[in-house]
Design a protein around this ligand. Structure first.
Ligand SMILES: Nc1nc2c(ncn2[C@@H]2O[C@H](COP(=O)(O)OP(=O)(O)OP(=O)(O)O)[C@@H](O)[C@H]2O)c(=O)[nH]1
Ligand SMILES: [Mg+2]
Ligand SMILES: [Zn+2]
Length: 310
């Protein structure tokens, strides 16, 4: 019996592609026992597993699924009807926007951050294409709100090679989910940071899978060994709705609101129109950004609307 530890890169329902810690990529299927248990615990991209193979069999099977450090998931609305896991063991979400072309859209940026916060995964923000706005300081006005909220903000340019070394250190050795609108430079960044990591190839192999199997959605792409880690390529991350998030939990997904949440006059304050609301006072005094508060109000309304249909 040979055993190895590895990480699930992708799967098509029956067969899972596992990358071993030795750098081998093998196909493996779930063992009978785990298959039954997997109605409770579904195997997901990003899961760390032990695979085993009998010398006689030749085929690898997944013998053990290791405990997860966390998941990036879309919660099912209503009761505990389970969740749809996008990827397991995601260390960080990197929200990528462009300084220009396309213009950054803060409501959308805040939505991505809330998804990360709702899953308890640390998020970072990247403003790419900064050479279009005169360099890194060209995004200061928009970045300031997020830095004040406690987020790390990276200013990069693939074209002018700005901020790339620093960003490489952030990705190395970790599993990072990259998200953001189309055309902001996510693939360009990955290819510039890690020559040899070809995100497009991965996307193509997924679309091939789509035709033949039920696809699991996300893909884990190994970062070249000299650096280590994985990039989660999730064409569908944009669709990870927040409709499973109870609207009362939304305020906790804005880190700069958290220290204020016990201070409102009413314990069940919705931070809308109630008197003596600590969040609104902080907005009025300039301590909390008005743009972020506007995003909060908009998302809260959206979630409350979704709750009615639960
Ligand atoms: N000016 C400028 N253009 C860039 C920079 N980085 C990427 N681009 C260009 O922006 C365009 C989009 O880049 P992609 O890497 O394909 O964007 P993406 O975020 O992966 O887009 P999707 O895969 O559609 O989600 C390409 O034409 C790139 O050459 C940059 O730093 N500055
Ligand atoms: Mg891309
Ligand atoms: Zn309040």
């Amino acid at each position: 019996m040979t055993e190895a530890k590895g990480t699930v890169l992708n799967g098509t329902g029956g067969i899972w592609v596992v990358r071993t810690t030795d750098g081998l990529t093998v196909d493996a299927s779930l063992r009978g026992r785990l298959k039954q248990e997997s109605t409770k615990l579904k195997l997901a991209v990003g899961d760390e597993v032990t695979i085993a193979r009998d010398e006689s069999e030749g085929a690898w099977s997944i013998a053990e699924i290791h405990p997860r450090r966390g998941v990036l998931a879309r919660r099912a609305p209503g009761k505990a009807r389970g969740e749809r896991i996008v990827a397991a063991n995601v260390d960080q979400v990197l929200v990528v926007f462009a300084a220009a072309k396309p213009e950054p859209h803060v409501r959308m940026l805040d939505r991505f951050l809330v998804i990360a916060e709702g899953n308890d995964i640390p998020a970072r923000i990247i403003f790419n294409k900064v050479e279009l706005v005169g360099g890194p300081s060209g995004v200061d006005a928009i970045a300031r709100d997020y830095e004040r909220a406690g987020y790390d903000v990276h200013r990069t340019s693939v074209k002018a090679e700005i901020g790339l070394t620093e960003l490489r250190d952030v990705l190395a050795g970790k599993t990072s989910a990259l998200t953001g609108p189309s055309g902001v430079g996510k693939s360009s960044l990955c290819n510039a940071l890690f020559p040899g990591l070809d995100l497009r190839t991965a996307e193509i192999s997924e679309s091939v899978n789509k035709g033949r199997h039920t696809t699991v959605g996300a893909l884990l792409v190994p970062i070249p060994d000299a650096f280590g880690g994985f990039v989660v390529d999730t064409p569908g991350l944009r669709e990870v709705g927040m409709w499973g998030l109870p609207s009362v939990d939304l305020a906790h997904c804005f880190p700069e609101f958290r220290p204020l949440l016990g201070l409102c006059k009413f314990q069940d304050c919705s931070h809308g129109h109630e008197p003596n609301c600590a969040v609104r006072s902080a907005v009025e005094s300039g301590q909390v950004s008005r743009e972020r508060y506007e995003s909060f109000l908009k998302l809260r309304e959206e979630l409350a609307e979704a709750e009615k249909t639960w």
